[in-house]
Design a protein around this ligand. Sequence first.
Ligand SMILES: Cc1ncc(COP(=O)(O)O)c(C=O)c1O
Length: 418
Amino acid sequence: MSFNPLFSDTLPTVPLNIHIIRQEFPFFQKDNRIYLDSAATCQTPKYVLNAMRNYYTEMGGNVHRGINSQIEVSSNAYEESRNKVALFLNANSEEIVFTKNSTESLNLIANAWARKNLKRGDKIVLSILEHHSNIVPWQILKKEIGIELVWIDCDEYGNLNIDDYKNYLKSGNVKLVSITGQSNVLGCKPNIKLITALAHSAGAKIIIDASQLIVHNKIDVKEIGCDFLAFSGHKLYGPTGIGVLFATSEMQKEMTPWMGGGGMILEVTKEDFTKAEGPSVFEAGTPPIAQAIGLKAAIEWLEKYSRKEVAAHEEKLIEHAKNILSKDKRINILGKNQSGCISFTIDGVHPHDLSDILSEKGIAVRAGHQCAKPLHDHLNIGSSTRISIALYNTEDDINAFGKGLEDALKILLPTTSS
Ligand SMILES: Cc1ncc(COP(=O)(O)O)c(C=O)c1O
C-alpha cells in the first residue's frame, strides 16, 4: 500500500467503521443508493447539516456589519471557520479568502491578480489535465489582454511531460503556472512540489487547483510552497456555495478587489472608497456564512478519522473497481495510478447510454467529457464514464456497480462478450 508523502497524521481519531459512518449521512438512509459520483459532489453528514442549522436557528446575524449580539456571534463563527480552514491547510488565517467554489477562487485570481499584473505576451502554463474551471478564466484573459497559454501534455497514464515544462520556463515570459493537484478524470497526481519549485526558480507564480486533491490527501501549503490554492467545500463533505482561495499575504498585496460592495471597504464617499485590510477585501457582499460554518464542521468531521486509514480504504475500493473493470476486455481503463476515481471507455458504448441504464438501477456515475474536454481530445476520446468514491463507499457499492455494468453491457453490446 503506498501513501502520499504529503500526509501527516497527528490528529486524534476514531475507528473507521464505514457502516457506522454511512448512518451519519441522511442521503444514504433513503432507498438503496449506490453513489459513485463524489468527485462531482460529496454527500453531507448530519454533523455538517446540524452546524448550518445551528447558524440559522441560534445565530442568525450578518457578519462584520454593525453591532448587535447576532452579528457578534455570527462574525465570530465565520472567523472561526476561516481559522479552521487555515489550520487544515497549514496557512495563516489572513491567507484564506472565502468564495463560492473552486471556480470562483480561480476566477478571482484571474481578475484580481493576473489581469493587473500580466500583460500582452506574458505566458501562463497549464496542463492538459485541467478542469474547464482552470482553463476558461485564462482563455478569457487571453482574449482580453493578449496573454499566451502554453500547455504541458501528458502520456496515456496522465504523467506530465516535465521536460516540456522546463523548456517553457526556459523560453522566458512565463509569469504564472496553474496546475491541478489531482486529475478529476484520470485520478493521477502531478508532482506539485516539483512543479512549484521549478515555477519559482523561473520567477513564475503558481496556483494549485486542489479541488480533488484535498478530498483524498492532507495538504500543507507551506510544504508545497504554492502562491495560491483553490478548493470547493461541497467536494469535501461540506455544503455547496462555499469555496476557498488560499493566497499568500505577499500575493494579496499585488491583488486589487475584483468585486466592490459591503464588507470590503474602510470608507466610502461620493468620490471614492478605501479598501479594508485582509482577505475580506475579496469577499464583497454578504458572504456564505452558514456554508463557511458548514465547511468548518466538515473539516472537523473528517479529522475525526485517520486520513491514512481513509486513504487506505479508498485505495482498496479503487483497486477493487479496477480488478472488476480489467476482467472485461471490452473495457479500456484510462490512466494508471488512479486515486479517488477511475474512468473508462467502451468501444461502441456511449457513456450517456451506460450511465442512463446504471441510473435506472440506482447507481450514480459520471458520463461525458467531465469538464475536461482538452484532456479528452488529447486522449482521442469524445467522452468517458467515471466512478468516483469517498469515505462512505463500500465494496458492496463497487460490486453493485460491477453487476450493473455487466447487465448494462448485455443490453448495449448484445453480440460481444467480456
Ligand atoms: C479538478 C477540478 N477543478 C475544479 C473543479 C470545479 O469545482 P466547482 O464546480 O466546485 O467550482 C472541479 C469540479 O469537478 C474539479 O474536479
